[in-house]
Design a protein around this ligand. Sequence first.
Ligand SMILES: [Zn+2]
Length: 407
Amino acid sequence: MRSKPAVTIERRHFLRTAAAGLPALAACRPLFAAEYDLVIRGGRVIDPAQRVDRTADVAIRAGKIAAIRPNIPASAAAESIDAQGQLVVPGLIDVHLHARDATLLPPEILKTGVTTMVDGGSRGADNVDQILEIARNAPNRMRLLLNISRLGNNPNPDPARRSEFLDGTELADVAKARAAIERNRQWIIGMKARLSRNIAANHDLEVLRLAVQAATPSGIPIMIHIGDTFSPLPEILKILRPGDIVTHLYAPPPHGIMDDAGHILPEVRAARKRGIRFDFGNGRNEHWTWEVAQAALAQGFPPDTISTDLEVVGRTEQVFDLPTVMSKFLVLGMPLNQVIACVTSNASQTFREFKPYGTLKTGSTADVTLLELAQGNFEFVDNYKGKRTGQQKLITRGVIVGGKRIA
Ligand SMILES: [Zn+2]
C-alpha cells in the first residue's frame, strides 16, 4: 500500500510541470486518460455472490470490474452508461441451450444478455467439430456438453438409419466420447445424456452408466435430461455423482421429482444434499408445467439454475430468451435476488470452469447485463400451453462482455 501515495505525488508533480508548458504533452496522453474505461451509472446493482443489492455505479477498466460505489465523478470515466431505473447484474450464464444452428448463433444469444453459455449436448463424438467451430467464433463464452450419443441430439440424417436414434446403447460409444473430450478438453466441460424413453428406450440406466464411464477420466460432470424415463428417478439418481446435473427438474409424471401424491421424493432431497444439482431447462416439449413448478417451490425445492434449453424455434415461441424464462419464476413468486442468483452465482458453481464468472467482484471479468424490470401485464406459457399472467417482466437493455459494450 506504501507505493500508492508516491504514485499520486509523482502524478501531481507531472501535472504541474505539464501545465508549466513542457512539450510532448500528446506523447504522454495515457497519463491523462480517464481512470475508468466505462462507468455504468445509477442502476440497482444486484450481485448475489457478494450479497450486493444497492444503487451504485459500476466502473470498468481494462476489461475488469474496477469498482462498485456511488457517485463516481464524470471526469473519471472515458464513457458512461446511464442505468437509472435499471438492474445492473453480472453477465447472465445459461447452463443449457442449443447454439448449433446458423440461425441462432452466439452473437444473437449475447444480445439477450447471456455472456456465458453451455450448449447442452447438441453434438456427440462423430459431429462435435461442427459445434466447436461455433464455440471458437463466439463473441461470448461458449462451452459444450458432449452428448453420449455419438450423433448428438439429432436423429441420424440418413432416413434409413433414423431408428438408430432410438437405440440408446449402440450410439453411446465410450471410447469415441473419451477421445473427443481429451482432444477438446478446453471446450468440453461436461457430458449430456438424454434419458427419456423416446431417446434411450428402456436403456436409460445403461446409457447413464456409459456416460459415467466416458466422463470419469476427465472428471467432468454429466447433465441428464429427465421426464418420461423408463426407470423411476431414484434409480437414476443412484448412479449420479456429486456435481452431476438433472435438467428439466419440473418435468411432469411419470418419473419426475414427485410421488403420485405430489410430494418431493425423499431420494430427490437426498440427492441435492449430496451435491447433485437441479436445472430448469425451459425448452418447448414436455419439460415443465406451472403446476409442478409451483408445487415444488411450495415444498422448498427451487432450481439451482434457471436455463432456457433454447433452440431456433424457441426464440419465437414459449422460451424467447433467458430474461423471459427468469420472469416466469417471478410469476411463481420467487424473489428477484434469488432469480438473479440462479443465472449468476449459482450457475457459476455448476461448472468449475465458470468459477471466476457470474459476479461483479472487483478484479473479475467485466461481464455485465442491464435489465429493465418492466411493469404491466405479461403472459407466459409452460410447455403444455398453460398460461399465466405476471405483472413484471425482465427485458435486456444492455450487455457488456469482457469490458466491451455490445451495441
Ligand atoms: Zn436441451
